[in-house]
Design a protein around this ligand. Structure first.
Ligand code: TRP
Length: 352
């Protein structure tokens, strides 16, 4: 990670992550987790196995948990907020259906928390243009989007620091690609504390062991690739998507991620959702070919998601409740943000 924005290496971050992991079960009350998602579409199996399951685990282990639905991040690299209200609502439904408990976990949106967004001003003064431009994830996202680098995309890691620090989050479950952001947050916390007064913790990125479930074509699972199985899809839609996924002309089924990305993605999907190993499933299918494999995958996925989907349907029928959950989360997050902002103003001498 030579291109990492700061001097702390990946190994140092990994070490912090391991130390926290070892301590989590012993001292859950010491930890506050903040994480979030952009409401650009429905959550899919990639989100579920990648992070949602882990969040529920942390929540149920007694760790204080908060989730931001990052609505301002939607416009970092796109020109419209089309469907945003629908996406936000469905994201709440997906969370609850997966086991996020709104009593324990505060769910909120950026746009409803003015005091969180106001932290952006002092925080921006703590980072240089060069530091912003050096963030490898920002660059990658800008290239992938095909849009010009907007001011908001350039500075969104600072906005993420606001998300984490407004509630004094000290752990953030992340994949490796998000580590530069955590590093930027740590830097901002450290500089604020040194320059003014010790207000913020330096959060640690928790490197999740979560398995990465590939999309149906073997690439990263993403709605924009059309290779994602949404939690909200029906059993029939799921069957159709799996049926039209690309395999190869080799009949005999083997697990070979590099050589046979399509077949292997199907095997991993079946493995994760059935609790078996890829090799075991490949051996069972053997010469029966990809048709039989697809049938097995479809059943495994639909069985696995059935309870989540049933719960999803119940929740979706009660929009008033979903609205209340979000209104309550927003009110609780606002109170926390206002308290932190007051501390920040005090530390800066801006009390008039
Ligand atoms: N950038 C994250 C994503 O795209 C979402 C997010 C917003 C986030 N704010 C955060 C994640 C703070 C961790 C911490 O999925």
């Amino acid at each position: 990670m030579a291109s990492n924005i700061e001097s702390e290496t990946f190994l140092a971050q990994k070490k912090m992550s391991d130390e926290v992991k070892a301590d989590l079960a012993k001292n859950p009350e010491k930890y506050l987790m903040l994480t979030g998602d952009r409401p650009t579409g429905r959550l899919h199996l990639g989100h579920y196995f990648g992070t949602i399951r882990e969040r529920v685990r942390l929540q149920d282990a007694g760790i204080t948990t908060r989730i931001v639905i990052a609505d301002y991040q939607v416009i970092t690299d796109r020109d419209s907020t089309e469907h945003i209200a629908d996406n936000v609502e469905n994201m709440v439904i997906d969370y609850l259906a997966c086991g996020i408990d709104p009593q324990k976990t505060i769910i909120f949106t950026h746009s409803a928390i003015p005091a969180l967004n106001q932290l952006m001003l002092p925080f921006l003064s703590l980072v240089s243009e060069a530091e912003l431009l050096r963030n490898p994830t920002v660059k990658a996202e800008q290239e992938a989007s095909g849009h010009a680098l907007t001011g908001l995309l350039l500075t969104y890691p600072v906005h993420q620091a606001c998300d984490i620090l407004f509630c004094k989050g000290n752990i953030v479950p992340v994949g490796k690609d998000q580590l530069p952001h955590i590093e930027q947050t740590r830097l901002i916390a450290r500089r604020f504390n040194e320059r003014y007064a010790p207000v913020f913790p330096e959060p640690v990125g928790l490197l999740t062991e979560s398995v990465e479930i590939p999309g149906l074509d073997g690439r990263k699972m993403s709605k924009s690739y059309g290779n994602a199985i949404a939690l909200s899809a029906t059993a029939e839609e799921t069957a159709k998507l799996i049926k039209k996924s690309q395999t190869d002309s080799e009949r005999f089924i083997t697990f070979d991620r590099e050589g046979r990305p399509g077949v292997s993605a199907l095997l991993t999907t079946a493995a994760l959702t059935s609790g078996r190993s890829e090799e075991d499933i490949a051996a069972e299918i053997g010469n029966d070919g990809s048709g039989a494999l697809k049938k097995l995958v479809t059943e495994a996925v639909n069985d696995y998601l059935a309870p989540i989907r049933a719960r999803r349907e119940e929740l979706a029928a009660d929009r008033g409740y979903i609205h209340d959950v979000l209104a309550d989360g927003n009110a609780r997050a606002r109170a926390i943000a206002e308290e932190t902002l007051a501390e920040v103003c005090e530390a800066m001498g801006m009390v008039y």
